[in-house]
Write a protein that binds this ligand. Structure first.
Ligand SMILES: Cc1cc2nc3c(=O)[nH]c(=O)nc-3n(C[C@H](O)[C@H](O)[C@H](O)COP(=O)(O)OP(=O)(O)OC[C@H]3O[C@@H](n4cnc5c(N)ncnc54)[C@H](O)[C@@H]3O)c2cc1C
Length: 550
Protein backbone atom coordinates (compact mmCIF):
# COMPACT_ATOMS: atom_id res chain seq x y z
CA UNK A 1 0.00 0.00 0.00
CA UNK A 2 1.30 3.43 -0.81
CA UNK A 3 -0.43 6.42 0.76
CA UNK A 4 -1.71 8.84 -1.85
CA UNK A 5 0.60 11.42 -3.32
CA UNK A 6 0.13 14.76 -1.65
CA UNK A 7 1.62 16.85 -4.38
CA UNK A 8 0.50 18.34 -7.59
CA UNK A 9 -3.07 18.93 -8.49
CA UNK A 10 -3.31 20.10 -12.05
CA UNK A 11 -5.65 22.17 -14.13
CA UNK A 12 -5.13 24.72 -16.82
CA UNK A 13 -1.58 25.72 -17.63
CA UNK A 14 -0.72 29.39 -17.78
CA UNK A 15 3.01 29.95 -18.22
CA UNK A 16 4.59 31.16 -15.01
CA UNK A 17 8.19 32.14 -14.31
CA UNK A 18 9.46 30.56 -11.17
CA UNK A 19 12.25 31.74 -8.89
CA UNK A 20 15.43 29.80 -9.45
CA UNK A 21 18.81 29.27 -7.88
CA UNK A 22 21.90 27.14 -8.35
CA UNK A 23 21.45 25.15 -5.15
CA UNK A 24 18.23 24.60 -3.25
CA UNK A 25 18.67 23.30 0.29
CA UNK A 26 15.64 21.90 2.09
CA UNK A 27 16.15 21.96 5.87
CA UNK A 28 17.99 24.21 8.33
CA UNK A 29 19.53 21.80 10.85
CA UNK A 30 23.24 21.04 11.09
CA UNK A 31 23.31 19.31 7.68
CA UNK A 32 21.38 21.99 5.78
CA UNK A 33 23.22 24.88 7.42
CA UNK A 34 26.62 23.29 6.77
CA UNK A 35 25.68 22.78 3.13
CA UNK A 36 24.32 26.34 2.84
CA UNK A 37 27.39 27.99 4.36
CA UNK A 38 29.68 25.99 2.04
CA UNK A 39 27.65 26.24 -1.16
CA UNK A 40 27.07 29.98 -0.81
CA UNK A 41 30.82 30.60 -1.20
CA UNK A 42 30.44 29.84 -4.90
CA UNK A 43 26.77 29.59 -5.75
CA UNK A 44 23.47 31.26 -5.54
CA UNK A 45 21.71 29.35 -2.73
CA UNK A 46 18.17 29.22 -1.33
CA UNK A 47 17.38 27.47 1.96
CA UNK A 48 13.81 26.53 2.79
CA UNK A 49 12.72 25.37 6.22
CA UNK A 50 9.20 24.54 7.31
CA UNK A 51 9.63 26.21 10.68
CA UNK A 52 12.16 28.66 12.09
CA UNK A 53 15.89 27.93 12.21
CA UNK A 54 15.80 27.39 15.96
CA UNK A 55 13.13 24.69 15.65
CA UNK A 56 15.19 21.69 14.58
CA UNK A 57 16.41 18.45 16.08
CA UNK A 58 19.89 19.91 15.88
CA UNK A 59 18.87 22.67 18.26
CA UNK A 60 17.91 20.08 20.90
CA UNK A 61 21.13 18.04 20.69
CA UNK A 62 22.68 17.72 24.10
CA UNK A 63 25.62 15.33 24.42
CA UNK A 64 27.92 16.64 21.72
CA UNK A 65 29.96 15.66 18.69
CA UNK A 66 32.16 12.57 18.54
CA UNK A 67 35.56 13.23 16.94
CA UNK A 68 39.00 11.72 17.51
CA UNK A 69 40.68 14.81 18.98
CA UNK A 70 41.99 13.54 22.32
CA UNK A 71 45.59 12.53 23.09
CA UNK A 72 44.68 8.84 23.50
CA UNK A 73 42.37 8.70 20.51
CA UNK A 74 42.74 8.16 16.77
CA UNK A 75 40.45 7.98 13.72
CA UNK A 76 41.25 4.26 13.59
CA UNK A 77 39.90 3.75 17.12
CA UNK A 78 36.80 5.82 16.31
CA UNK A 79 36.35 3.67 13.20
CA UNK A 80 36.56 0.44 15.21
CA UNK A 81 34.02 1.68 17.80
CA UNK A 82 31.60 2.78 15.07
CA UNK A 83 31.88 -0.54 13.21
CA UNK A 84 31.39 -2.50 16.41
CA UNK A 85 28.30 -0.53 17.44
CA UNK A 86 26.89 -0.86 13.89
CA UNK A 87 26.50 -4.65 14.28
CA UNK A 88 28.01 -5.69 10.95
CA UNK A 89 26.12 -3.34 8.63
CA UNK A 90 28.30 -0.20 8.48
CA UNK A 91 29.75 0.90 5.17
CA UNK A 92 33.43 0.97 6.10
CA UNK A 93 34.41 3.46 3.40
CA UNK A 94 31.81 5.95 4.64
CA UNK A 95 32.85 5.45 8.28
CA UNK A 96 36.48 6.05 7.33
CA UNK A 97 35.50 9.33 5.67
CA UNK A 98 33.54 10.31 8.79
CA UNK A 99 36.27 9.62 11.32
CA UNK A 100 39.14 11.00 9.21
CA UNK A 101 37.46 14.23 8.13
CA UNK A 102 35.52 14.76 11.39
CA UNK A 103 38.24 16.47 13.45
CA UNK A 104 38.83 19.11 10.73
CA UNK A 105 35.11 19.86 10.53
CA UNK A 106 34.99 20.33 14.32
CA UNK A 107 38.00 22.70 14.18
CA UNK A 108 36.22 24.67 11.42
CA UNK A 109 33.19 25.01 13.68
CA UNK A 110 35.48 26.48 16.32
CA UNK A 111 36.83 28.97 13.77
CA UNK A 112 33.24 29.95 13.00
CA UNK A 113 32.83 30.88 16.66
CA UNK A 114 31.58 27.75 18.44
CA UNK A 115 32.99 27.75 21.95
CA UNK A 116 33.39 24.10 22.82
CA UNK A 117 33.82 23.50 26.54
CA UNK A 118 37.47 23.64 27.54
CA UNK A 119 39.40 23.27 30.79
CA UNK A 120 42.88 24.74 31.13
CA UNK A 121 42.72 25.47 27.42
CA UNK A 122 42.08 21.85 26.47
CA UNK A 123 38.85 20.47 24.99
CA UNK A 124 36.80 18.64 27.60
CA UNK A 125 35.96 15.22 26.13
CA UNK A 126 32.98 13.28 27.43
CA UNK A 127 32.48 9.52 27.63
CA UNK A 128 29.40 8.02 26.00
CA UNK A 129 28.12 4.52 25.34
CA UNK A 130 30.31 2.19 23.21
CA UNK A 131 33.12 4.73 22.79
CA UNK A 132 36.35 3.17 24.04
CA UNK A 133 37.83 6.55 25.07
CA UNK A 134 36.36 9.94 26.05
CA UNK A 135 35.72 11.49 22.63
CA UNK A 136 32.69 13.76 22.66
CA UNK A 137 33.23 17.53 22.41
CA UNK A 138 30.39 19.60 23.80
CA UNK A 139 29.35 23.21 24.27
CA UNK A 140 27.40 25.02 26.98
CA UNK A 141 27.52 21.79 29.01
CA UNK A 142 24.63 19.92 27.43
CA UNK A 143 23.53 22.66 25.00
CA UNK A 144 25.78 21.59 22.12
CA UNK A 145 23.13 21.65 19.39
CA UNK A 146 21.91 25.20 19.97
CA UNK A 147 25.47 26.55 20.32
CA UNK A 148 26.63 24.88 17.09
CA UNK A 149 23.48 25.81 15.14
CA UNK A 150 23.78 29.44 16.27
CA UNK A 151 27.38 29.61 15.00
CA UNK A 152 26.33 28.17 11.63
CA UNK A 153 23.35 30.53 11.42
CA UNK A 154 25.66 33.52 12.08
CA UNK A 155 28.08 32.28 9.43
CA UNK A 156 25.24 31.90 6.98
CA UNK A 157 23.82 35.35 7.58
CA UNK A 158 27.20 37.07 7.48
CA UNK A 159 28.33 35.20 4.35
CA UNK A 160 27.71 35.94 0.72
CA UNK A 161 23.98 35.66 1.08
CA UNK A 162 21.73 32.66 1.30
CA UNK A 163 18.14 33.40 0.47
CA UNK A 164 16.35 32.09 3.55
CA UNK A 165 12.69 31.04 3.51
CA UNK A 166 11.38 30.15 6.96
CA UNK A 167 7.91 28.73 7.61
CA UNK A 168 7.72 27.38 4.07
CA UNK A 169 6.72 23.73 3.79
CA UNK A 170 8.22 21.77 0.90
CA UNK A 171 5.57 19.43 -0.47
CA UNK A 172 7.45 17.55 -3.15
CA UNK A 173 10.51 17.46 -5.34
CA UNK A 174 10.17 18.25 -9.01
CA UNK A 175 11.65 15.60 -11.25
CA UNK A 176 11.93 16.21 -14.99
CA UNK A 177 13.03 13.34 -17.21
CA UNK A 178 14.61 11.54 -14.27
CA UNK A 179 16.49 14.59 -12.93
CA UNK A 180 15.59 16.55 -9.81
CA UNK A 181 15.10 20.16 -10.88
CA UNK A 182 13.56 21.86 -7.86
CA UNK A 183 10.74 21.66 -5.37
CA UNK A 184 7.22 22.80 -4.79
CA UNK A 185 6.24 24.29 -1.45
CA UNK A 186 3.55 26.00 0.55
CA UNK A 187 4.42 29.52 1.59
CA UNK A 188 3.61 30.95 5.04
CA UNK A 189 0.18 32.08 3.81
CA UNK A 190 -0.61 28.76 2.19
CA UNK A 191 0.27 29.88 -1.34
CA UNK A 192 1.92 27.41 -3.71
CA UNK A 193 5.50 28.18 -4.61
CA UNK A 194 7.92 26.57 -7.02
CA UNK A 195 11.71 26.90 -6.82
CA UNK A 196 13.85 25.59 -9.65
CA UNK A 197 17.48 24.67 -9.04
CA UNK A 198 20.49 23.04 -10.67
CA UNK A 199 21.05 20.90 -7.57
CA UNK A 200 18.71 20.08 -4.69
CA UNK A 201 19.83 19.02 -1.20
CA UNK A 202 17.43 17.19 1.10
CA UNK A 203 18.38 17.85 4.73
CA UNK A 204 15.00 17.42 6.41
CA UNK A 205 16.09 15.47 9.50
CA UNK A 206 14.43 12.37 10.92
CA UNK A 207 11.04 10.77 11.53
CA UNK A 208 10.78 10.16 15.29
CA UNK A 209 7.20 11.48 15.20
CA UNK A 210 6.11 8.21 13.58
CA UNK A 211 5.98 6.86 17.17
CA UNK A 212 3.84 7.97 20.07
CA UNK A 213 6.82 8.58 22.36
CA UNK A 214 9.78 10.40 20.87
CA UNK A 215 12.59 12.74 21.80
CA UNK A 216 12.26 14.37 18.37
CA UNK A 217 10.63 17.77 17.87
CA UNK A 218 7.35 18.23 16.01
CA UNK A 219 9.19 18.96 12.74
CA UNK A 220 10.59 15.40 12.57
CA UNK A 221 7.82 13.92 10.41
CA UNK A 222 9.96 12.15 7.80
CA UNK A 223 9.12 14.63 5.03
CA UNK A 224 12.54 14.25 3.42
CA UNK A 225 12.30 10.46 3.40
CA UNK A 226 8.80 10.58 1.93
CA UNK A 227 9.71 13.14 -0.74
CA UNK A 228 12.80 11.16 -1.75
CA UNK A 229 10.67 8.03 -2.00
CA UNK A 230 8.02 9.72 -4.16
CA UNK A 231 10.78 11.09 -6.39
CA UNK A 232 11.97 7.53 -7.02
CA UNK A 233 15.13 7.62 -4.88
CA UNK A 234 16.30 4.38 -3.28
CA UNK A 235 15.73 4.27 0.49
CA UNK A 236 17.92 2.01 2.60
CA UNK A 237 17.74 0.50 6.13
CA UNK A 238 14.21 1.76 6.81
CA UNK A 239 13.67 -0.94 9.47
CA UNK A 240 16.26 0.63 11.78
CA UNK A 241 14.84 3.20 14.21
CA UNK A 242 17.04 3.80 17.22
CA UNK A 243 15.25 4.13 20.56
CA UNK A 244 17.07 6.13 23.22
CA UNK A 245 17.14 4.40 26.60
CA UNK A 246 16.96 7.47 28.82
CA UNK A 247 13.96 9.57 27.83
CA UNK A 248 11.87 10.96 30.67
CA UNK A 249 8.97 8.61 31.39
CA UNK A 250 5.48 10.09 30.89
CA UNK A 251 3.00 11.08 28.24
CA UNK A 252 4.72 14.23 27.04
CA UNK A 253 5.52 14.26 23.31
CA UNK A 254 8.24 15.14 22.52
CA UNK A 255 9.66 13.90 25.74
CA UNK A 256 12.71 15.28 27.53
CA UNK A 257 15.95 13.48 26.73
CA UNK A 258 18.42 12.73 29.52
CA UNK A 259 21.66 12.68 27.60
CA UNK A 260 23.86 9.60 27.52
CA UNK A 261 26.68 11.82 28.82
CA UNK A 262 25.00 11.59 32.25
CA UNK A 263 25.85 7.89 32.28
CA UNK A 264 29.27 8.85 30.92
CA UNK A 265 29.76 10.93 34.07
CA UNK A 266 28.69 8.03 36.29
CA UNK A 267 24.88 8.03 36.55
CA UNK A 268 23.37 4.56 36.98
CA UNK A 269 20.37 2.71 35.59
CA UNK A 270 18.39 0.95 38.30
CA UNK A 271 15.33 -1.27 38.55
CA UNK A 272 12.43 -1.00 40.99
CA UNK A 273 14.60 -2.42 43.78
CA UNK A 274 17.43 0.01 43.11
CA UNK A 275 19.62 -2.68 41.52
CA UNK A 276 21.97 -1.65 38.67
CA UNK A 277 20.72 -4.05 36.02
CA UNK A 278 23.39 -3.31 33.41
CA UNK A 279 26.21 -4.47 35.71
CA UNK A 280 27.00 -8.00 34.62
CA UNK A 281 24.80 -7.66 31.54
CA UNK A 282 27.60 -6.10 29.45
CA UNK A 283 31.28 -5.41 30.15
CA UNK A 284 30.65 -1.68 29.75
CA UNK A 285 27.57 -1.78 32.03
CA UNK A 286 25.56 1.48 31.55
CA UNK A 287 27.91 2.49 28.73
CA UNK A 288 27.10 -0.49 26.52
CA UNK A 289 25.88 0.31 22.98
CA UNK A 290 22.39 1.84 22.96
CA UNK A 291 20.65 -1.17 21.42
CA UNK A 292 22.08 -3.42 24.15
CA UNK A 293 20.93 -1.05 26.92
CA UNK A 294 17.42 -0.79 25.45
CA UNK A 295 17.09 -4.58 25.16
CA UNK A 296 18.08 -5.04 28.81
CA UNK A 297 15.73 -2.30 29.93
CA UNK A 298 12.92 -4.03 28.09
CA UNK A 299 13.78 -7.36 29.75
CA UNK A 300 13.83 -5.74 33.19
CA UNK A 301 10.52 -3.95 32.59
CA UNK A 302 8.89 -7.18 31.40
CA UNK A 303 10.32 -9.10 34.38
CA UNK A 304 9.18 -6.49 36.91
CA UNK A 305 5.88 -5.70 35.16
CA UNK A 306 6.77 -2.01 35.03
CA UNK A 307 6.74 0.38 32.10
CA UNK A 308 9.82 2.30 33.17
CA UNK A 309 13.09 2.07 35.11
CA UNK A 310 15.11 4.83 36.78
CA UNK A 311 18.21 6.94 36.25
CA UNK A 312 20.14 7.54 39.44
CA UNK A 313 22.55 10.49 39.58
CA UNK A 314 22.14 11.15 43.30
CA UNK A 315 25.68 10.08 44.12
CA UNK A 316 27.18 12.76 41.83
CA UNK A 317 27.95 16.25 43.21
CA UNK A 318 24.96 18.54 42.73
CA UNK A 319 27.01 21.60 41.69
CA UNK A 320 28.67 19.51 39.01
CA UNK A 321 25.33 18.20 37.69
CA UNK A 322 23.87 21.70 37.49
CA UNK A 323 26.86 23.12 35.69
CA UNK A 324 27.55 20.19 33.34
CA UNK A 325 23.91 19.43 32.47
CA UNK A 326 21.99 22.72 32.65
CA UNK A 327 19.44 21.69 30.00
CA UNK A 328 18.56 18.41 31.70
CA UNK A 329 18.68 19.88 35.21
CA UNK A 330 16.37 22.79 34.35
CA UNK A 331 14.12 20.63 32.19
CA UNK A 332 13.54 18.28 35.11
CA UNK A 333 13.16 21.15 37.58
CA UNK A 334 10.37 22.70 35.52
CA UNK A 335 8.61 19.32 35.66
CA UNK A 336 8.95 19.16 39.46
CA UNK A 337 11.86 16.68 39.51
CA UNK A 338 15.29 17.08 41.12
CA UNK A 339 18.21 15.36 39.40
CA UNK A 340 20.37 15.78 42.52
CA UNK A 341 18.08 14.16 45.06
CA UNK A 342 15.54 12.00 43.20
CA UNK A 343 15.48 8.88 41.09
CA UNK A 344 14.34 9.95 37.61
CA UNK A 345 11.81 7.65 35.86
CA UNK A 346 12.86 6.83 32.30
CA UNK A 347 11.69 4.70 29.38
CA UNK A 348 12.93 4.30 25.80
CA UNK A 349 11.62 6.68 23.12
CA UNK A 350 12.19 6.85 19.37
CA UNK A 351 15.24 9.00 18.83
CA UNK A 352 17.25 8.57 15.64
CA UNK A 353 16.17 7.24 12.26
CA UNK A 354 18.98 5.25 10.68
CA UNK A 355 17.03 4.64 7.48
CA UNK A 356 17.13 7.22 4.74
CA UNK A 357 17.76 8.17 1.14
CA UNK A 358 20.74 6.09 0.10
CA UNK A 359 23.77 8.19 -0.82
CA UNK A 360 27.35 7.60 -1.80
CA UNK A 361 30.14 9.29 0.17
CA UNK A 362 29.52 12.49 -1.83
CA UNK A 363 25.90 12.91 -0.81
CA UNK A 364 24.55 11.75 -4.18
CA UNK A 365 21.24 9.89 -4.10
CA UNK A 366 20.10 7.56 -6.88
CA UNK A 367 18.23 10.45 -8.55
CA UNK A 368 20.52 12.75 -10.59
CA UNK A 369 20.53 16.30 -9.23
CA UNK A 370 19.25 15.19 -5.82
CA UNK A 371 21.58 15.10 -2.81
CA UNK A 372 20.84 14.16 0.80
CA UNK A 373 22.72 14.71 4.05
CA UNK A 374 22.10 14.52 7.80
CA UNK A 375 19.40 12.29 9.24
CA UNK A 376 17.46 12.17 5.95
CA UNK A 377 20.37 10.38 4.29
CA UNK A 378 21.56 6.83 4.59
CA UNK A 379 25.31 7.20 4.15
CA UNK A 380 25.88 3.78 5.69
CA UNK A 381 27.88 5.03 8.68
CA UNK A 382 25.48 3.82 11.36
CA UNK A 383 24.98 0.23 10.24
CA UNK A 384 22.23 -1.31 12.34
CA UNK A 385 22.86 0.84 15.42
CA UNK A 386 24.18 4.40 15.59
CA UNK A 387 27.14 5.12 17.84
CA UNK A 388 26.27 7.97 20.23
CA UNK A 389 27.14 11.49 19.01
CA UNK A 390 28.05 10.37 15.51
CA UNK A 391 25.05 12.09 13.91
CA UNK A 392 25.99 15.73 14.39
CA UNK A 393 29.37 14.74 13.01
CA UNK A 394 27.67 13.06 10.05
CA UNK A 395 25.76 16.29 9.29
CA UNK A 396 29.02 18.26 9.31
CA UNK A 397 31.17 15.84 7.33
CA UNK A 398 28.66 14.84 4.67
CA UNK A 399 27.10 18.33 4.49
CA UNK A 400 30.54 19.60 3.51
CA UNK A 401 31.17 16.70 1.11
CA UNK A 402 27.83 17.35 -0.56
CA UNK A 403 29.01 20.90 -1.24
CA UNK A 404 32.27 19.64 -2.76
CA UNK A 405 30.38 17.30 -5.05
CA UNK A 406 27.90 20.01 -6.08
CA UNK A 407 30.87 22.32 -6.77
CA UNK A 408 32.18 19.73 -9.18
CA UNK A 409 28.82 19.19 -10.83
CA UNK A 410 28.06 22.85 -11.35
CA UNK A 411 31.57 23.97 -12.26
CA UNK A 412 31.88 21.17 -14.79
CA UNK A 413 28.64 21.90 -16.59
CA UNK A 414 27.12 24.91 -18.24
CA UNK A 415 23.72 23.41 -17.68
CA UNK A 416 21.39 26.32 -16.96
CA UNK A 417 18.72 26.39 -14.29
CA UNK A 418 16.04 24.12 -15.74
CA UNK A 419 12.88 25.40 -17.32
CA UNK A 420 9.89 23.18 -16.79
CA UNK A 421 6.28 23.71 -17.59
CA UNK A 422 4.03 22.93 -14.67
CA UNK A 423 0.32 22.87 -14.54
CA UNK A 424 -0.75 24.05 -11.14
CA UNK A 425 -4.32 24.61 -10.25
CA UNK A 426 -6.26 25.78 -7.27
CA UNK A 427 -8.61 22.83 -7.43
CA UNK A 428 -10.95 23.01 -4.45
CA UNK A 429 -10.95 19.96 -2.24
CA UNK A 430 -12.77 19.36 0.97
CA UNK A 431 -9.73 17.80 2.60
CA UNK A 432 -9.62 16.41 6.13
CA UNK A 433 -10.62 18.32 9.25
CA UNK A 434 -8.26 18.96 12.13
CA UNK A 435 -9.97 16.50 14.50
CA UNK A 436 -9.69 13.63 12.00
CA UNK A 437 -6.05 14.41 11.36
CA UNK A 438 -5.29 14.50 15.08
CA UNK A 439 -7.05 11.19 15.62
CA UNK A 440 -5.18 9.55 12.73
CA UNK A 441 -1.83 10.87 14.01
CA UNK A 442 -2.56 9.45 17.45
CA UNK A 443 -3.60 6.06 16.00
CA UNK A 444 -0.48 5.94 13.86
CA UNK A 445 1.82 6.66 16.81
CA UNK A 446 0.23 4.03 19.02
CA UNK A 447 0.11 1.30 16.40
CA UNK A 448 3.71 1.89 15.38
CA UNK A 449 4.88 1.87 19.02
CA UNK A 450 2.90 -1.30 19.77
CA UNK A 451 3.60 -3.26 16.59
CA UNK A 452 6.80 -1.88 15.08
CA UNK A 453 8.54 -0.54 18.20
CA UNK A 454 11.46 -1.90 20.19
CA UNK A 455 10.34 -5.51 19.72
CA UNK A 456 8.57 -6.65 16.55
CA UNK A 457 7.23 -9.90 15.14
CA UNK A 458 5.82 -11.04 11.81
CA UNK A 459 2.20 -11.21 12.95
CA UNK A 460 2.31 -7.76 14.52
CA UNK A 461 4.02 -6.25 11.50
CA UNK A 462 1.40 -7.69 9.17
CA UNK A 463 -1.29 -6.17 11.35
CA UNK A 464 0.59 -2.85 11.42
CA UNK A 465 0.64 -2.82 7.60
CA UNK A 466 -3.12 -3.43 7.46
CA UNK A 467 -3.84 -0.71 10.03
CA UNK A 468 -1.68 1.80 8.16
CA UNK A 469 -3.58 1.01 4.95
CA UNK A 470 -6.86 1.50 6.78
CA UNK A 471 -5.78 4.95 7.98
CA UNK A 472 -4.54 5.93 4.52
CA UNK A 473 -7.75 4.89 2.76
CA UNK A 474 -9.91 6.59 5.38
CA UNK A 475 -8.47 9.98 4.42
CA UNK A 476 -10.04 12.21 1.81
CA UNK A 477 -7.77 13.63 -0.92
CA UNK A 478 -5.79 16.36 0.84
CA UNK A 479 -6.70 20.03 0.69
CA UNK A 480 -2.98 20.73 1.05
CA UNK A 481 -2.59 21.82 4.64
CA UNK A 482 0.66 21.22 6.49
CA UNK A 483 -1.08 18.87 8.93
CA UNK A 484 -2.43 16.73 6.11
CA UNK A 485 0.85 16.67 4.26
CA UNK A 486 2.77 15.70 7.39
CA UNK A 487 0.34 12.87 8.08
CA UNK A 488 0.75 11.57 4.52
CA UNK A 489 4.52 11.69 4.93
CA UNK A 490 4.36 9.90 8.28
CA UNK A 491 2.16 7.20 6.77
CA UNK A 492 4.55 6.81 3.83
CA UNK A 493 7.56 6.43 6.11
CA UNK A 494 5.74 4.12 8.54
CA UNK A 495 4.57 1.91 5.68
CA UNK A 496 8.11 1.45 4.37
CA UNK A 497 9.46 0.97 7.90
CA UNK A 498 6.97 -1.85 8.48
CA UNK A 499 7.62 -3.44 5.07
CA UNK A 500 11.38 -3.46 5.63
CA UNK A 501 11.01 -4.70 9.23
CA UNK A 502 8.87 -7.58 7.93
CA UNK A 503 11.47 -8.39 5.34
CA UNK A 504 14.42 -8.61 7.76
CA UNK A 505 13.86 -11.97 9.44
CA UNK A 506 16.54 -11.74 12.12
CA UNK A 507 17.49 -9.56 15.10
CA UNK A 508 20.35 -7.11 14.61
CA UNK A 509 21.24 -3.79 16.21
CA UNK A 510 18.10 -1.78 16.88
CA UNK A 511 15.88 -4.27 14.99
CA UNK A 512 14.65 -6.89 17.44
CA UNK A 513 12.31 -9.63 16.12
CA UNK A 514 10.89 -11.88 18.84
CA UNK A 515 10.12 -14.51 16.16
CA UNK A 516 13.69 -14.36 14.80
CA UNK A 517 15.71 -13.62 17.95
CA UNK A 518 19.16 -14.42 16.52
CA UNK A 519 21.50 -12.39 14.37
CA UNK A 520 21.80 -14.29 11.09
CA UNK A 521 24.97 -13.22 9.27
CA UNK A 522 24.60 -15.92 6.67
CA UNK A 523 21.38 -14.51 5.23
CA UNK A 524 21.06 -10.98 6.54
CA UNK A 525 24.41 -9.28 6.43
CA UNK A 526 22.92 -7.09 3.76
CA UNK A 527 20.82 -3.97 3.45
CA UNK A 528 17.14 -3.86 2.62
CA UNK A 529 16.34 -1.30 -0.07
CA UNK A 530 13.03 0.08 -1.25
CA UNK A 531 12.02 2.51 -3.97
CA UNK A 532 8.82 3.63 -5.63
CA UNK A 533 8.52 2.44 -9.20
CA UNK A 534 7.57 5.59 -11.09
CA UNK A 535 5.74 3.65 -13.78
CA UNK A 536 3.60 1.33 -11.66
CA UNK A 537 3.36 3.47 -8.50
CA UNK A 538 4.27 0.39 -6.47
CA UNK A 539 7.13 -0.16 -4.03
CA UNK A 540 10.01 -2.33 -5.19
CA UNK A 541 12.16 -4.02 -2.56
CA UNK A 542 15.77 -5.01 -3.14
CA UNK A 543 18.97 -5.89 -1.32
CA UNK A 544 22.51 -4.60 -1.18
CA UNK A 545 25.09 -7.18 -0.22
CA UNK A 546 27.88 -6.25 2.18
CA UNK A 547 31.52 -6.87 1.39
CA UNK A 548 32.69 -10.21 2.78
CA UNK A 549 34.08 -10.02 6.30
CA UNK A 550 37.89 -9.83 6.33
C1 LIG B 1 16.92 15.51 22.05
C2 LIG B 1 17.98 15.07 21.10
C3 LIG B 1 19.31 15.13 21.46
C4 LIG B 1 20.30 14.73 20.55
N1 LIG B 1 21.61 14.83 20.93
C5 LIG B 1 22.58 14.50 20.03
C6 LIG B 1 23.96 14.67 20.35
O1 LIG B 1 24.30 15.11 21.44
N2 LIG B 1 24.87 14.33 19.41
C7 LIG B 1 24.54 13.84 18.19
O2 LIG B 1 25.42 13.55 17.37
N3 LIG B 1 23.23 13.69 17.86
C8 LIG B 1 22.26 14.02 18.73
N4 LIG B 1 20.94 13.86 18.38
C9 LIG B 1 20.62 13.54 16.98
C10 LIG B 1 20.92 14.79 16.12
O3 LIG B 1 20.55 15.94 16.84
C11 LIG B 1 20.17 14.76 14.79
O4 LIG B 1 20.37 13.54 14.15
C12 LIG B 1 20.67 15.89 13.88
O5 LIG B 1 20.61 17.12 14.55
C13 LIG B 1 19.86 15.94 12.60
O6 LIG B 1 20.27 17.07 11.88
P1 LIG B 1 19.65 17.36 10.46
O7 LIG B 1 20.32 18.59 9.95
O8 LIG B 1 19.71 16.14 9.64
O9 LIG B 1 18.10 17.63 10.76
P2 LIG B 1 17.33 18.64 11.72
O10 LIG B 1 18.23 19.30 12.68
O11 LIG B 1 16.17 17.92 12.29
O12 LIG B 1 16.76 19.71 10.72
C14 LIG B 1 15.76 19.35 9.78
C15 LIG B 1 15.31 20.60 9.05
O13 LIG B 1 14.48 20.23 7.96
C16 LIG B 1 13.33 21.06 7.96
N5 LIG B 1 12.25 20.37 7.27
C17 LIG B 1 11.76 19.13 7.51
N6 LIG B 1 10.76 18.86 6.66
C18 LIG B 1 10.62 19.94 5.85
C19 LIG B 1 9.73 20.28 4.79
N7 LIG B 1 8.75 19.46 4.37
N8 LIG B 1 9.88 21.49 4.21
C20 LIG B 1 10.83 22.36 4.62
N9 LIG B 1 11.67 22.10 5.64
C21 LIG B 1 11.56 20.90 6.24
C22 LIG B 1 13.08 21.31 9.43
O14 LIG B 1 12.22 22.41 9.62
C23 LIG B 1 14.50 21.56 9.90
O15 LIG B 1 14.90 22.87 9.58
C24 LIG B 1 19.94 14.25 19.28
C25 LIG B 1 18.60 14.17 18.92
C26 LIG B 1 17.62 14.58 19.82
C27 LIG B 1 16.18 14.48 19.41
Amino acid sequence: MTPSRPGLVSRGGAEVTYPSCDVLIIGGGIAGLTAAVGASRSWNVALITKSTLDDTTTFLAQGGIAAAMGPFDSPELHLQDTLEAGAGLCDEEAVRVLVEEGPDRVRELEHLGTNFDRKDGKLVLASEGAHSVPRVVHAGGDATGSVVASALMDAMSSGSGVELHENEFVIDLLVDRGRCVGAMSLGPDGELRVTLARAVVLACGGAGQVFSRTTNPDVATGDGHAMAYRAGAVLRDMEFMQFHPTALYGTENPTLLLTEALRGEGAHLVDKDGVRFMVGAHPRAELAPRDVVVRHMKRVMDRDQTDHVWLDARHLPCDFLRERFPTVYTGLETRGLDLCTELIPIAPASHYFIGGAMTDVWGRTSVPGLYACGETASTGIHGANRLASNSLLEGLVFGERTVRSIDQLLAGSDQPVPRVKLELGEERRQGNDAATLKECRAKLGVLMSDLCGIVRDGVGLEKAGALLTAIAVSLRPPRRTVQELELINLLTVATQMVACARTREESRGVHLRSDFPDCDDQHWRRHVLVRLDQETGLPVMGFEEMAAKP
